[in-house]
Design a protein around this ligand. Structure first.
Ligand code: NAD
Length: 703
């Protein structure tokens, strides 16, 4: 049994959540069977029953739905799934309507289905920990809270106040829950929690849920209340601006909230179950759960880390170059307890890099996330210098100097001279092949790529690049370090632009190619956003800078010679730079103008690319091009051995490139599209637009 049942002499039943053979409680088949049995027994013992206390025997209260089960529901399994959900909810409902007080003792995280178990209770007591471990993350997995979460949160808080918890999966700490009225009491320890539960039961012999009370009114007003109605009339549009219609979960969740608020409670529960079922059988939830939950967990467990090496912890690293990236890397390491020697060409440059951490820390102190003493301790871990010998003793040195081959070779030689033979040397280059940079190293087995993303404090991904001669031991150490500083590693093999920069490049280049074909720039940008990319391809090129894009293309041309595949973006870049002198945002303007104090606007001069009489393509055509070009380039990375794992490709695409989460990643995009259909579509695109859409072997092999 997943739920242990104990009744004391006073008639108070303790239900202990304790899924056998598991470290966490989930809403699996065993739980469903147990909750039915528990409801039966409570009803049978109703005469003696004085109250119910729900506790957990695991470290956390309850982890939530069984995502493996939820992502495996076939398209034709909707009816059976709906009935199963309804049955489980009926048993949960039987417990909260017994007429005796039900108290939940939240000893640890209660998320998703776990929070819905907590919502069976009339009174929720939580250990006073400063951890955001309560809430409903379902929408972020492409699902919705279908075990009463929507109907109850709306009835507890009102429609508008419930929005962030459901539509944005906002999680909360015990104290935040108290302030919102979601948690009723705080406890210092488990004994205190149980004592409070007993006291509550003694003082409230007949408890009901607020929505079962006579005269219950929806907080904030019913949907037809003029103020609420006004808010609801704009809510779908506001939501669409975020989802662009790609994410059914928040849309269905909103519908379940609003429709459920207009009917009686049991009808609301049924509406919620229907939308939940629709999402569970749909493809988007499967894509999102597969990558954001399962692949991420595999990476956490070290899936791409070579086996057979002890886990290592780093005490001290060196960072070369205190510019944008170096400063961010120093921050990431120091804030996780690693000492950092931050070196630049002179001390003032190094100090400027350290000042970046000081700024982030000041903000954290201001927001109450860190005490001044904690902030000071982080800052004290960053030692600035302009002198090489101070790097002695660093276990890893990461170079983030200018993207220049000779300079990188020079610093490699200089630094290795002062490092121990065991030290790892990592380059943060975004484009230069690691094996070529390693040629400057005396110890190429210890040379590796650690590609951080900007801004480092916000971006979770680090792409680890294994050079031809990088040893497995070095890879294992790099993997451990990335995890030590709280980031998510993916592992790729060497190649031009590795995986992320290369695939990202295919996106910006496709946008420029479209411009070169005379497609209106506003339409190109809209297609990027509509596809789900965070920024349009032209806007993002401005951020990267057109000159850097041209430089990268020139490097590739020089290195590849006749093997270089000319790209229609090259001519657009050349024209923008040579004819119009538009280098990008930092240089004052590129595809956009950046007027002071106003929103950026597409540069009117782009009219020069227009082609008179050109018929507008369909929007979907542009969306397909922007997504397929990245997905097919990913497939080519498998063909060329840059990628070995779909898991790392998908996670890297979502976290590093901003490829839309609804797809599950660039590799999953092709699979969920249907491999045969994807091949046919790629063939069409290749016929129209050239070899960059040609079908890679990897895709054919998936058929
Ligand atoms: P940046 O220009 O902001 O900083 C480079 C720093 O290196 C400067 O402070 C410079 O003084 C310093 N430097 C130059 N020579 C040095 C030397 N011999 N010793 C120590 N320091 C020296 O550059 P950035 O944007 O931080 O990029 C650094 C590296 O990171 C590049 O290889 C770049 O390709 C890569 N990268 C950049 C991004 C990005 O978004 N900017 C993302 C990923 C990787």
């Amino acid at each position: 049994m997943s739920i242990d049942f104990q009744m004391d002499a006073q008639g108070v039943v303790t239900l202990s959540l304790d899924a056998p053979g598991q470290t966490i409680n989930t809403m699996d088949a065993a739980f469903r069977a147990s909750i039915a049995a528990v409801a039966d027994r409570l009803e049978a013992e109703r005469a003696q029953l004085r109250g119910v206390i729900i506790v957990s025997r695991k470290k956390t209260f309850f982890a939530g739905g069984d995502l493996d089960e939820l992502r495996s529901i076939p398209a034709d399994g909707a009816e059976a799934f709906f009935q199963m959900v309804e049955t489980m909810k009926r048993h949960m409902r039987r417990i909260e309507t017994l007429g005796v007080p039900v108290v939940a003792c939240l000893n640890g995280a209660a998320l998703g289905g776990g929070w819905e178990v907590a919502l069976i209770a009339h009174h929720r007591i939580a250990l006073d920990k400063d951890k955001r471990q309560f809430g409903l993350p379902e929408v972020s997995w492409g699902l919705l809270p279908g075990a009463g979460g929507i109907s109850k949160m709306v009835r507890l808080l009102g429609l508008q106040a419930a929005f962030p918890y459901i539509l944005e999966s906002q999680q909360f700490s015990a104290r935040e829950g108290m302030a919102a009225g979601l948690i009723h009491a705080l406890a210092q320890d488990e004994a205190d929690m149980l004592a409070q539960a007993q006291a509550y039961i003694a003082a409230h012999p007949a408890s009901r849920q607020p929505w079962d009370e006579d005269g219950y009114k929806l907080p904030g007003g019913a949907p037809n209340h003029p103020k609420v109605a006004q808010m609801l009339s704009v809510a779908p549009a506001a939501l669409y601006e975020k989802t662009r219609g790609n994410y059914p979960a928040p849309e269905r969740a909103l519908a379940a909230m609003v429709e459920g608020a207009q009917v009686d409670f049991s009808t609301a529960l049924r509406i919620e179950s229907r939308y939940f079922t629709e999402l569970c059988v749909g493809q988007v939830a499967k894509n999102m759960i597969g990558t954001l939950f399962f692949s991420m967990n595999e990476i956490k467990a070290g899936a791409s880390r070579p086996a057979g090496f002890d886990k290592c912890t780093v005490q001290k690293i060196g960072v070369l170059g205190a510019g944008m990236m170096g400063a961010g890397i120093a921050w990431a390491a120091a804030s996780r307890g690693v000492r950092v020697v931050l070196k630049d060409v002179d001390l003032s440059a190094a100090e400027r890099g350290k000042a970046y951490s000081a700024k982030l820390l000041a903000k954290q102190v201001e927001k109450g996330r860190k005490t001044q003493a904690e902030a000071d301790a982080v800052l004290a871990r960053i030692q600035t210098t302009a002198s090489l010998p101070e790097l002695a003793g660093c276990e890893i040195v990461i170079e983030a100097v200018f993207e220049n081959r000779e300079l990188k070779a020079q610093v490699t030689r200089e630094v290795e001279a002062v490092l121990g033979a065991e030290a790892l040397f990592a380059s943060n280059t975004s484009t230069l092949p690691i094996s070529e940079l390693a040629a400057a190293s005396q110890r190429p087995a210890n040379f590796i790529g650690l590609h951080f993303f900007s801004p480092v404090d916000k971006m979770q991904l680090v792409e680890i690049i294994r050079g031809q001669r990088t040893s497995p031991a070095s890879l294992a150490r790099a993997y451990d370090f990335v995890q030590q500083i709280g980031k998510t590693p993916i592992v790729v093999n060497d190649g031009r632009g590795f995986f992320t920069s290369r695939v990202f490049g295919s996106y910006v280049n496709e946008g420029m190619a479209m411009l070169g074909e005379g497609i209106p720039p506003a339409m190109i940008e809209a297609a990027g956003l509509q596809a789900g990319m965070p920024v349009g391809p032209l806007a993002v090129t401005d951020e990267v800078s057109l000159s850097l894009c041209a430089h990268i293309a020139a490097e590739a041309r020089a290195a590849l010679g006749s093997a270089y595949l000319a790209h229609p973006a090259d001519a657009v870049l050349a024209r923008m730079l040579d004819e119009f002198g538009r280098q990008g945002r930092a240089a004052g303007g590129g595809f956009y103008d950046y007027p002071e104090g106003a929103k950026k606007q597409l540069w009117p001069g782009l009219a020069a690319f227009a082609q008179a009489g050109k018929a507008l393509p369909a929007m979907q055509e542009l969306i397909d091009r922007l997504l397929f070009v990245q997905a097919l380039d990913t497939a080519r990375c498998f063909d060329e051995g840059v990628l070995e794992s779909e898991r790392d490709a998908n996670v890297g695409a979502l976290l590093g490139i901003g490829f839309p989460a609804w797809t599950g990643g660039t590799a999953q995009f092709l699979k969920q599209y249907g491999v045969a259909k994807a091949i046919a579509r790629a063939e069409q695109l290749a016929a129209q637009h050239g070899a960059r859409f040609a079908v890679p072997n990897w895709l054919r092999q998936q058929a």
